[in-house]
Ligand binder design. Structure first.
Ligand SMILES: CC(C)(COP(=O)(O)OP(=O)(O)OC[C@H]1O[C@@H](n2cnc3c(N)ncnc32)[C@H](O)[C@@H]1OP(=O)(O)O)[C@@H](O)C(=O)NCCC(=O)NCCS
Length: 185
């Protein structure tokens, strides 16, 4: 299987933010943007893999700025990492005001996708050529991000299992949860 470059599957999706995408506050629904992110991740991953890909995990979705109706939304996707059957697609989302041409960075997210064959089983993807330091940095960061996520999952499960109401009342009390059941029960 021949290795493929990052440039080979680089994908840009541009969508006009029409009024039907708006929430009750007049800004674009986060779900609309998530759906477009999934679409561009799918296109980029499937092009690299030469196979259909499915979304497994999404990291780093944070909306740093509201997206306005009337803006152009640009989603730029590149493959950051390949495993055996999985690959990580990094997506940079920006908005462009059509009248002023002002560009705002909305978020960066990382979609882990798995390539599947026609029978639905995971299938190996081509290696990724890393032609620049930046491409190598993305690759290494994806490895570190996956490690941190796995460690966080183990830690959170451990803390969840170790939940002791008596000791955790204080934690809730220093936040804004209001306990309404009998603390002695
Ligand atoms: C993703 C899926 C194929 C994994 O199936 P599986 O039987 O666990 O397969 P494997 O154990 O062989 O894992 C396949 C790859 O997925 C990766 N993977 C599995 N679970 C993962 C997770 N939670 N996070 C990141 N990667 C994961 C594995 O590391 C492996 O990658 P590699 O081949 O590069 O090492 C399966 O869970 C699935 O089909 N999920 C539904 C995906 C889908 O339909 N998404 C659309 C939204 S509904």
């Amino acid at each position: 299987m021949t290795a493929r470059s990052v440039a080979f599957s680089r994908t840009r999706l541009t969508e006009l933010m029409v009024p039907s995408f708006a929430n009750f506050g007049g800004k674009v629904h986060g779900g609309v943007i998530l759906s477009l992110m999934d679409k561009v991740a799918y296109a980029c991953a499937s092009k690299h893999a030469g196979a259909y890909c499915v979304t497994v995990t999404v990291d780093g979705v944070e909306f740093l700025q509201p997206v306005e109706v009337g803006d152009l939304l640009h989603l730029d996707a590149t493959v950051h990492f390949v495993g055996n059957t999985s690959l990580v697609v990094g997506i940079k989302v920006t908005t462009e005001n059509i009248k002023t041409n002002e560009v705002k960075h909305t978020n960066n997210s990382f979609f882990t996708m798995v390539a599947k064959d026609d029978s639905g089983s995971p299938v190996q993807v081509p290696e990724l050529e890393l032609a620049t330091h930046n491409e190598m940095r993305h690759f290494v960061t994806a490895i570190r991000r996956a490690k941190i996520r796995k460690e966080a999952q183990v830690r959170l499960q451990h803390d969840y299992d170790a939940f002791i109401p008596k000791e955790d009342f204080a934690l809730v009390d220093t936040h804004r949860g209001k306990i309404t059941f009998d603390r002695k029960s």
